[in-house]
Design a protein around this ligand. Structure first.
Ligand code: ES4
Ligand code: ZN
Length: 374
């Protein structure tokens, strides 16, 4: 098991969280509070009963419960409270920048205005930025089980908020929800439209449950066109999850060559049975293949932990050591969209923290990976 000192070390690592769904941060306690405030009946008697219901056998199983939970969010203040609680957790875990997905269609399809959603989320983010050392951006995600047309309609709702980028910080679009049968190419045109609207920091959930070819499709959609590549500073290509890409060696090679960032979510993978056992998690293979993996919490209220817990579950299983933790944190800071000086500062901090660690044993010497004692 990880020692307290090791957990503290991970917590102190400056980290960017690149993959968290704000609706997935709805803790049962807040669920009850909002249900009472909005006079909504929920089919559970207690917080414990809700937590006990969070047993999933696959992604769809989870999504059904997740969308039902999100139905409790009704007003701007609810979205504020939701995000405010997330930022408290994130800051306590050493997150210095959050790239947050939100699912507008989940709310607008039941009559909640886009304005209520985004104003609540953004107000909480600015309050958090004042209170903590944290910056943020929002990613407008499309539900891939719905139609392309619905995604176009949803994208149009974001338009009034795109001019004030400093305030709203909607920086890109995402693609989430039921993956198998809803390949990235279904949304190629709407993502191209988003790019025309200057939404460029896009990412696609791919090969969480779906086949490696979905990652190939996603790369085709996300790769900047040659003309754009020259004129603009290069942003990394981001694939959310990407687990099953590891089944395809040629794909792994191209992910490495293009420096594609993978936003990996270990507790999510365990809870949704993407892996049967943490020792079967692809993170080790990803790191050994030189891929830019990062660690993220996905839906922390549903999967049993925030970002530090996601590092710790891998450390506990000896899939990674503390030097890997530094690498993973460094990958996240490098991939984040924070300002240059801020980025350089955190990279310096990470270097110092890495230098403070005991050296790894020489390969073949039979030594154990270094641990920190408490
Ligand atoms: C999600 Cl874990 C996961 N996968 C796909 N879509 C999602 N939306 C929220 N969590
Ligand atoms: Zn996700």
């Amino acid at each position: 098991m990880a020692t307290q000192e090791e957990i503290d070390f991970i917590r102190r690592l400056p980290k960017a969280e690149l993959h968290v769904h704000i609706e997935g941060t709805l803790e049962p306690e807040l669920m009850f509070k909002l249900a009472e405030r909005n006079k909504i009946e929920i089919p559970y008697k207690s917080v414990e009963e809700v937590r006990a219901a969070y047993q999933f056998s696959n992604l769809q199983d989870f999504l059904d419960i997740y969308y039902a939970g999100a139905g409790i969010l009704q007003k701007e203040q609810g979205f504020y409270d939701l995000a405010a609680e997330y930022f408290e957790h994130a800051a306590a875990d050493g997150v210095v920048d959050s790239r947050i997905f939100f699912d507008p269609q989940t709310h607008t399809d039941r009559g909640i205005s886009y304005d209520a959603v985004i104003q609540g989320l953004v107000r909480a983010a600015h309050d958090a930025a004042e209170k903590f050392d944290i910056t943020f951006s929002y990613v407008h995600s499309f539900l891939r089980h719905l139609t392309e047309e619905a995604a176009f309609e949803s994208l149009a709702m974001a338009e009034p908020y795109l001019d004030d980028k400093d305030f709203y910080r909607i920086v890109g679009v995402g693609l989430d929800s039921s993956e198998v049968g809803n390949p990235p190419k279904k949304f190629a045109r709407v993502i191209a439209k988003a790019v025309e609207m200057d939404l460029e920091e896009n990412s696609i959930h791919a090969a969480e449950e779906g086949p490696p070819k979905y990652v190939r499709q996603a790369l085709k959609i996300l790769k900047p066109k040659k003309a754009d590549r020259k004129s603009k500073t290069l942003k990394p290509i981001i694939i959310d999850h990407g687990n099953r890409a590891m089944e395809d060696p040629a794909l792994v090679a191209s992910l490495r060559e293009d420096g594609v960032v993978l936003t990996v979510c270990p507790l999510s993978n365990l809870k949704l049975r993407v892996v049967t056992d943490i020792s079967k998690h692809p993170i080790r293979k990803m790191l050994d293949a030189g891929l830019k993996a990062t660690i993220n919490s996905d839906d922390p209220a549903y999967f049993g932990g925030y970002i530090v817990d996601n590092f710790v579950v891998l450390l506990d299983a000896d899939e990674i050591d503390l030097r890997d933790c530094v690498t993973l944190a460094r990958n996240s800071i490098e991939a984040s969209n924070m300002g240059h000086n801020r980025k350089m500062h955190y990279l310096d901090v990470l270097q110092e923290m890495e230098d403070s660690l005991p050296l790894r044993p020489v390969a073949g010497a039979g030594g154990q990976a270094p641990r920190l004692q408490s």
